[in-house]
Design a protein around this ligand. Structure first.
Ligand SMILES: [Zn+2]
Length: 137
């Protein structure tokens, strides 16, 4: 194998590894029911804003006990490369504190578009409001 082909195969190996890590994380954390047995439902109200704080889109998502405990939201910018918002640890904290609701904001750390990889971050925002319903048995 020449040097160039070896590098390509290394890159695809890395991509596969990243994919594998993602799957592994889902498997390890399991479902909401596995992680947080007291949760009946989680409502997520999501607002997507561009870097100038202009509202681009809104979304309402409902997680049930069957949903994965890994909660990832795609970036709203179609050009964005490698971005997105991970709410897994936010949800963990809310449930651990037995809170009914919490809200906050996250900034996308992906790249603005393919031409600007390594140069310009996406910097879209996600404003979220998370409401948890507990099963009080
Ligand atoms: Zn983004």
């Amino acid at each position: 194998m020449d040097r160039r082909r070896r590098r390509v195969s290394q890159q695809s190996k890395n991509a596969k590894h990243a994919q594998w890590l993602k799957l592994d994380r889902r498997k390890e954390l399991g479902s909401i029911a596995d992680r947080y047995p007291s949760i009946k439902a989680i409502e997520m109200k999501l607002s997507f804003l561009d870097p100038n704080d202009i509202l681009k889109d809104k979304e309402h998502r409902r997680l049930t006990p069957e949903s994965s405990a890994v909660v990832e939201v795609n970036c709203n910018s179609h050009e964005c490369v490698g971005g997105g918002f991970d709410l897994t640890s936010e949800i963990k904290r809310i449930v651990e504190e037995s809170r009914a609701e919490a809200s906050g904001s996250k900034v996308c750390e992906g790249w603005q578009d393919r031409e600007r990889i390594g140069k310009h971050r996406c910097h879209c925002h996600l404003d979220y409001r998370i409401e948890c319903t507990y099963d009080l048995k």
